[in-house]
Design a protein around this ligand. Structure first.
Ligand code: SF4
Ligand code: SF4
Length: 495
């Protein structure tokens, strides 16, 4: 009896303590450990596990997802672990439907541009980590960047993602800003880079303001892992070791005036269920505090690279789980763009394209430079090995063959449709009136200036078919006129 009472008191004390710990979860808190609260994630995972066969609840959540207003992290976590075959089929079908409703058959193209691989951090999954002595260290000069940008323009790219390691001496913010200026300044033949997204280390509000003033598109920063304990082990040295500073970076970016931010985790570093829940909690936090969720979510998976063996990461995920993740993210945040890179093979990319992906890279190099003059094998400055080595033109032709409309559109950011303005248009689906005509016009530019004859023929056929899909008659007529003007040599129209 005494023992029973003792355990009861102990149980109450533990439960009380847990409740107190859980009180730390606060979606609006500025503190990383409160808006990405470990206990809330554990409770969510336990709730999802307990309900993974609960058909009634799963039906309820799917019905809510059909409203296209998104799901909470708890609801989404249940769908992610659900293993009822017919419910999963419904989840995949809904993801496909939502992808189609919000993005149609369009896929936006971009290329990464690595400026420098000097890095002071010790990330154990990245070959740029400071201790790796057998990778070539490079930093491009402005002349080299100009040469690369000309090569990228000659491929047909209009949208870049800048990448650089964290190194205050070699890659200070001034270097990044100067590089952005160089990139926007180059107009080669009919080419132009019209949107520069930036993926650099977490920094200060002041530096984010400078990036905003330099006219960047999206600021992208992958969380890598939301699990703090794992995070600290995987980032043993360097400024990136600071979990809170890294996790709160998007808040500072928003405070610095950047309202388009891109989230992502590197799947394989921690359990995918934990990462998925953390990712959605991060999206909820940005929405709750700033009124605007992430502009994009990337879904990279750990892959081979110099000094890195993906098999040593026990949380690596297979293709089926990868597809389920993409589908569940798609229905949980329907208005957020989703990106898949050339880390994925053509086969894997094909599988997830229709489940929610709206942007892909094409013709990419992950070395520092390499577009203008391919890097010699012994130089090896690449961050990871590509699984898709096709040229941009091959990717364009492949997309068309699969029934997609490749797009080089950058209109929103140039028209000031960013942040909550963009999200409002996206949520009420008004953005549709812009995306399709812009996709067709930018594709027409590509066909005129860069496409191989076979791709051009396919593209022309596609444009002739897709133009009739523009619902607004006036927009359709204007688009038709502009397409003709593009064929005559004019460039850069947009809605
Ligand atoms: S992931 Fe980024 S911060 Fe880490 S070593 Fe690689 S380049 Fe440096
Ligand atoms: S119109 Fe805006 S949302 Fe649509 S493809 Fe262009 S940039 Fe993206």
């Amino acid at each position: 009896m005494i023992h029973g009472y003792y355990f009861f008191v102990l149980y109450c004390a533990v439960e009380k303590k847990e409740r107190q710990v859980n009180k730390m979860y606060d979606v609006k808190s500025p503190k990383a450990e409160e808006f990405i609260n470990h206990e809330e994630i554990l409770e969510t995972l336990a709730y999802a596990e307990a309900n993974k066969h609960n058909a009634a609840l799963i039906d309820e959540i799917i019905a809510k997802a059909k409203l296209r207003k998104g799901l909470s992290h708890r609801e989404a976590a249940v769908l992610l672990v659900c293993d009822i075959e017919e419910k999963n089929a419904e989840i995949f079908a809904l993801a496909e439907q939502i992808k189609n409703d919000f993005y149609g058959n369009r896929i936006v193209l971009f290329a990464p541009l690595y400026l420098s691989n000097y890095c002071v951090n010790g990330c154990v999954y990245c070959p740029y980590h400071a201790k790796n002595k057998h990778i070539a260290r490079k930093k491009m000069t402005q002349e080299e960047i100009a040469r690369e940008v000309i090569a990228l323009q000659d491929m047909g790219h209009k949208r870049l993602a800048l990448e650089a390691g964290e190194d205050p001496v070699n890659n200070p913010i001034e270097y990044i800003l100067e590089s952005i200026k160089t990139i926007y300044g180059i107009k080669h033949k009919n080419g132009a880079i019209r949107r520069v997204n930036v993926n650099i280390a977490a920094t200060t509000v002041e530096n984010y303001r400078k990036l905003h003033e330099a006219g960047i598109g999206t600021y992208i920063l992958f969380q890598e892992t939301y699990n703090k304990e794992n995070y600290e082990q995987l980032h043993p040295t360097g400024p990136k070791h600071n979990y809170a500073y890294h996790t709160e970076a998007m808040d500072r970016a928003m405070q610095g005036g950047i309202d388009d931010v891109g989230l992502g985790v590197l799947y394989g570093l921690s359990t995918y269920r934990y990462e998925f829940t953390g990712l959605l909690m991060h999206a909820e936090h940005l929405e709750a505090v700033f009124g605007v969720g992430p502009h994009t979510i990337s879904v990279p998976r750990i892959c081979p690279a110099d000094d890195i063996d993906p098999n040593s990461f026990s949380n690596a995920i297979d293709d089926d789980i990868f597809a389920k993740l993409v589908a569940c993210i798609r229905i949980s945040v329907p208005y957020t763009g989703m990106i898949v890179s050339t880390r994925e093979s053509p086969k894997s990319r094909e599988r997830v394209l229709h489940l929610g992906i709206s942007q892909i890279s094409g013709g990419s190099k992950t070395s520092v430079g390499g577009y203008a003059i391919p890097e010699a094998k012994e130089e090896n400055s690449a961050q990871f090995e590509l699984s898709d080595n096709r040229t941009l033109d091959e990717v364009i032709a492949w997309l068309i063959d699969l029934g997609y409309t490749p797009s080089f559109c950058t209109a929103c950011y140039r028209e000031g449709r960013t942040g909550d303005r963009f999200m409002a248009l996206c949520k009420n689906m008004q953005i549709h009136n812009c995306c399709l005509p812009n996709a067709l016009m930018t594709l027409q530019e590509y066909l005129e200036d860069y496409a191989a004859p076979e791709t051009k023929a396919k593209g022309e056929k596609l444009i002739a078919k897709e133009i009739s899909q523009i619902p607004n008659e006036k927009v359709r007529r204007i688009c038709q006129e502009r397409l003709e003007k593009i064929r005559q040599g004019e460039r850069d129209f947009r809605f």
